[in-house]
Design a binder for this molecule. Structure first.
Ligand code: MN
Length: 263
């Protein structure tokens, strides 16, 4: 890549010359995409809904446009610290006050594909992360840790949700992994291909939903319903994730992009 005096132009020419890949980590917002379902006492989040206003017709001859509605936690979305009771009193804890500099950050991708395939209730442990570090180096401060499971390849909504009479069976981090990432590595946030950052059975862990509890309690962020993590290297990618600027927002659907330099 030819260097200019402006590093931003270097990035743009890198993208144009395909030395930098831009990978879309976002699922399409669609009414049929599975919606998070927590136990009923925790309330209900609306699925995505699209309603046509006009489409070059008698409701409006020139414009095509829609109204849409959804919950803050619909589709590929961002969790702000205020989302959980442990983060409710932190500064800059909602989508409108998170510093924008935090919205661009490096990522570590933890390959859990084999384990998640063998066991849908697979829990990523601190030991697993330490073994990952043996091969890939220390998880840098202020980086995303993204749990790759290939769960996003489950196109059937029932298989994606994976409910049975005991509830949801989807992989996520163990309590000791969350404490390790937050307290010993000071990560920026944790991301998952599943419908929540916590495992489907995380209500049985101590504390319940440990990822939400510790990550948001430390002012850190969550990303869920990610896709295309198989297109990212273990280290070296940069994530762009800017939630909608909802006043006092607890989260929002968003476009998540990864920048990968193959050169
Ligand atoms: Mn959420």
């Amino acid at each position: 890549m030819q260097s200019t005096t402006n590093p931003l132009l270097d990035i743009l020419s890198g993208i144009a010359q395909r030395q930098i890949r831009v990978v879309d980590l976002t699922q399409t917002l669609d009414p049929d995409f599975p919606q998070i379902e927590l136990p009923p006492e925790m309330g209900r989040c609306w699925p995505f809904r699209l309603e046509e206003i006009s489409r070059y017709d008698d409701r409006g001859s020139a414009p095509y446009w829609n109204n849409f509605s959804c919950g803050e936690h619909t589709g590929t979305h961002f969790d702000a610290p205020i989302h959980w009771i442990s983060g409710r009193n932190l500064p800059d804890n909602s989508t409108d006050t998170i510093p924008v500099e935090k919205m661009v950050a490096p990522a570590c991708v933890i390959d859990c594909v084999k384990h998640a395939r063998q066991n849908p209730d697979f829990l990523l442990t601190a030991e697993f992360l330490k073994n990952w570090e043996e091969e890939n180096g220390r998880i840098p401060q202020d980086s995303w840790v993204l749990m790759r499971t290939d769960w996003s390849k489950r196109n059937d909504p029932a298989a994606y949700q994976n409910f049975d009479e005991e509830g949801q069976h989807t992989p996520g981090p163990a309590t000791d992994a969350v404490r390790f990432m937050v307290q010993e590595r000071n990560i920026l946030g944790f991301g998952s291909e599943c419908i929540g950052t916590d495992a489907g059975q995380a209500m049985h862990l101590r504390p319940p939903y440990p990822c939400h509890y510790y990550v948001h309690g430390a002012g850190k962020y969550g990303l869920q319903c990610l896709t295309n993590l198989d297109q990212l290297p273990s280290t070296g990618s940069v994530i762009f994730s800017a939630p909608l600027k909802i006043k006092q927002g607890s989260g929002s659907p968003l476009r998540v992009l990864a920048f990968v330099c193959d050169g």
